[in-house]
Design a protein around this ligand. Structure first.
Ligand code: SF4
Ligand code: SF4
Length: 74
């Protein structure tokens, strides 16, 4: 499985939770932290489980998530 990493732009996040539901590996969760708009923002609770599939980023209506994949060299 390729390893991935996500970053979440807290100020873009509106706490809708769609990315949490979209992640097949339970990487994302609510942080309990409010951004400047008052939304409970998402963070990577289990970052080591991320495979870089980008389902979360494709689901986010506010383009708050960036996904990076580890480059596999053979
Ligand atoms: S890239 Fe895939 S595995 Fe990683 S947090 Fe997003 S949906 Fe989950
Ligand atoms: S889908 Fe986007 S806006 Fe919604 S909780 Fe996730 S990061 Fe925030």
């Amino acid at each position: 499985m390729p390893r991935g990493m996500v970053t979440i732009d807290k100020e873009r996040c509106k706490g809708c939770g769609l990315c949490i539901a979209a992640c097949p590996h339970q990487v994302l969760a609510y942080s309990g932290q409010l951004n400047r708009s008052g939304y409970n923002v998402v963070y990577a609770e289990n970052p080591e489980a991320c495979v870089g599939c980008a389902f979360c980023a494709l689901t986010c209506p506010d383009v708050a998530i960036e996904v990076y994949r580890e480059k596999i060299t053979t």
